[in-house]
Design a protein around this ligand. Sequence first.
Ligand code: NAD
Length: 340
Amino acid sequence: RKLGYAIVGLGTYGLGVIIPQFVNCTHSRLVAVVTGDAAKGRKVAAEHGLSDKAVYSYATFDSIRDNPDVDIVYVCLPNSMHAEYTIRAAKAGKHVMCEKPMAISVAECESMIAACKAAKRKLMIGYRCHFEAFNLEAMRLARAGAAGKIRYVRSEHGFVQRDPSKWRLKRALAGGGSLMDMGVYSLQAARYMTGEEPIAVTARESTDRSDPRFHEVEDMIEWTLEFPSGAIAGCQSMYSANQNHILLMGDTGRIELEPATRYDGNHMWTGRDGRERELTPPPGPRATQFAGQLDHLAECILTGREPIVSGEEGLRDMRIVEAIYRSAREGRTIRLDGRA
Ligand code: NAD
């Protein structure tokens, strides 16, 4: 059976990336859209064989509860709107896929988890890299000891922001700067590549506040995570250069991905002290990482399992994000393991 998705927010990601992916899915189909632009909504609906009844506005969103075709609401809105639409979707009796970052604070993440729990609905975060062939293969190789004991991880993600008027550069909508966007990939990679939870973080920020793009949010932020095994991750994100790189250094070799977490066109190498062998990973679970992600939640609902990237996983990241900002602000290491 295919479960029905309602896509909330017909922007670059919801409309441009996610909606075209349903053709690659086995258990998921598009059944509704939620948009502030009714004409755009009707056009998208018609293109996908849906009636005008499948088009909701933000004002009529709650009536989605009366639409039995909608099993899952996929929130593709600016970050500050994730919590509100996740909670409203859960109250309407729908399961939720929410884009990254899960929300803009730990408190919001906790209320989203509580709302989905109270409604007995599943909550998954759009962490597509967990379904992406190169990242899956790097995780497998790292766990199998292909580079020996992992001692150090580098993870850098960024892209150039040009337009100061964009919501990503407004604190109220984005919750922060590059860390709230590409920084989530750097942080996630450090955690899923090591398979460990960090015990301490030390961060610093570098932003030209006279640049009109960065009046409200940070440009570059760099942070070091310490893991229980002794491994260290040097992570970074920025909005003033394009970068997309993950490097795992073990005591017998290395695994490197660049670009590492793109929609497509990723590359990976192994070697002793350089890029000695380029690898082509086996295919991921579905035709694309997006289809893998969409179908994973549908399968979890159909079989009563918890998503591998549930709300709790988004909350774990947000706790670290808050600690990164605090460390940069206060100029000191923040413990994450409760020790003083
Ligand atoms: P976008 O600006 O292209 O689209 C945002 C959508 O939200 C638009 O349709 C816009 O009309 C709507 N919207 C509703 N209220 C708004 C408001 N008050 N201000 C601005 N827009 C409003 O953004 P996007 O790139 O599609 O990002 C949406 C979400 O998806 C973000 O949380 C982002 O982090 C996430 N995202 C994830 C990935 C990924 O690879 N997983 C990639 C891109 C974006």
